[in-house]
Design a protein around this ligand. Structure first.
Ligand SMILES: NC(=O)c1ccc[n+]([C@@H]2O[C@H](COP(=O)([O-])OP(=O)(O)OC[C@H]3O[C@@H](n4cnc5c(N)ncnc54)[C@H](OP(=O)(O)O)[C@@H]3O)[C@@H](O)[C@H]2O)c1
Length: 348
């Protein structure tokens, strides 16, 4: 029997950490006809939580794609168990161990349109910084894995983003792939998912995380505080070039990333931790006839693929730290310190 109230972290408005309030008498979310109620066992942290709280996606009341009706419960990467169901959902689903796809896909003619018009669990709809979350049944994917819920919560947003980036850049066996932000959530996903396709991977990271990135499967590492990208790539590939750059860093190095591409190479961008506005010499783009493509989150089928890779043991979690939910402020401070590899998770 599910109680009527629960503990949750409410985001009460845009601003600092003080806008995140841990409360113990929050109503348990109502489930719609097509929803399931998930008992949240773990929820992974994401840049989106922080950018939304700080209104970094836009002015005034803007969330990552529009108006937010505060208070909201953030938390996109939910792992847990189904404890209740809406009337349109099969009773058999109660008790399922699930990993939640946080994209609320739009009703559209194809997967691309459904994705680019998607809302997010943890933003436009309440998420997983709580004991319970109501999500559409189709977003709660049953998962058969020996990984704990806490380990599973490291995967969803970062790894589905990484898988889509590799699809957008058409990465295949034998490709030389340069992954930036390689120690981060998306970066660790890019390394493992590119390796499972048979690609060769070079990762950009800071020297203190170089060993973690190597252990995860990168063939070579550029320690960005000690060496330059062109020098390392030159030694790594012989011609000093790669087939693909999978970038979440952007900023001042972006031009260098484009220059590392072979003629006809592909650069896919999904993030900009080093800065979203950059200068680029268009002659590099057109003379080498390279492709530059954007990518965001993943489609429903890409999420299904991700669940399969986890179940098959193709990829493994990199859990940096776990915090109890009441310590969300400390968890987010740690997240922003950038002194770890992998992902940080909270447990209600
Ligand atoms: N488009 C999407 O759907 C989507 C989805 C998820 C994330 N994102 C975006 O992708 C980016 C990465 O996300 P994430 O979750 O992987 O973040 P993360 O876990 O914080 O990792 C980012 C990594 O970038 C490296 N880094 C930090 N500052 C840097 C700098 N100035 N220059 C070079 N490298 C730097 C850090 O590693 P080292 O210090 O070891 O180098 C860090 O581990 C963010 O911009 C995020 O908003 C986009």
């Amino acid at each position: 029997m599910v109680s009527e109230t629960m503990a949750a972290v409410l985001l009460t408005g845009h601003g600092g950490l003080d806008k995140l309030e841990y409360q113990q008498n929050v109503p348990v979310p109502r489930i719609g006809a097509d929803d399931v109620l998930v008992k949240v066992e773990a929820c992974g942290l994401n840049n989106t939580d922080i950018w939304t709280r700080e209104a970094a996606y836009g002015e005034n009341d803007a969330g990552w794609k529009g108006y937010l009706d505060f208070p909201i419960i953030q938390g996109a990467d939910i792992a847990g168990e189904i404890v209740d169901i809406g009337p349109n959902v099969s009773e058999d689903r109660i008790g399922e161990k699930v990993l939640v796809d946080n994209a609320l896909y739009a009703d559209a003619a194809d997967e691309f349109q459904a994705l680019v018009n998607a809302d997010l669990i943890g933003s436009e709809r309440n998420g997983g910084y709580a004991e319970y979350a109501a999500v559409p049944a189709e977003n709660a994917h049953q998962i058969d894995s020996s990984f704990s819920a806490t380990e599973l919560a490291t995967f969803p947003t970062a790894y589905v983003t990484a898988e889509r980036m590799l699809n957008r850049a058409n990465v295949g066996a034998g490709d030389d792939v340069f992954v930036t932000g390689a120690s981060g959530g998306v970066g660790t996903g890019l390394i493992q998912l590119a390796r499972r396709r048979g690609a060769h991977v070079l990762g950009l990271t800071s020297s203190e995380k170089a060993d973690s990135v190597r252990e995860l499967g990168a063939d070579e590492v550029v320690a960005r505080d000690e060496e330059t990208v062109p020098t390392v790539i030159e030694n790594w590939t012989g011609d000093g070039r790669v087939d693909v750059v999978a970038d979440v860093v952007g900023g001042e190095l972006f031009q260098e990333f484009v220059e590392t591409l072979r003629p006809g190479g592909r650069l896919v961008t999904a993030g900009a931790v080093a800065g979203p506005v950059t200068e680029i010499d268009l002659r590099t783009v057109y003379l080498k006839q390279v492709h530059i493509v954007g990518s965001t989150m993943g489609t429903r089928s890409e999420f299904q693929d991700l669940v399969r890779y986890i179940e098959d043991g193709d990829i493994e979690p990199l859990l940096a730290e776990t915090y109890p939910l009441p310590e969300i402020h400390e968890a987010q401070r740690h997240f922003c310190r950038n002194d770890y590899a992998g992902n940080i998770v909270v447990e209600p």
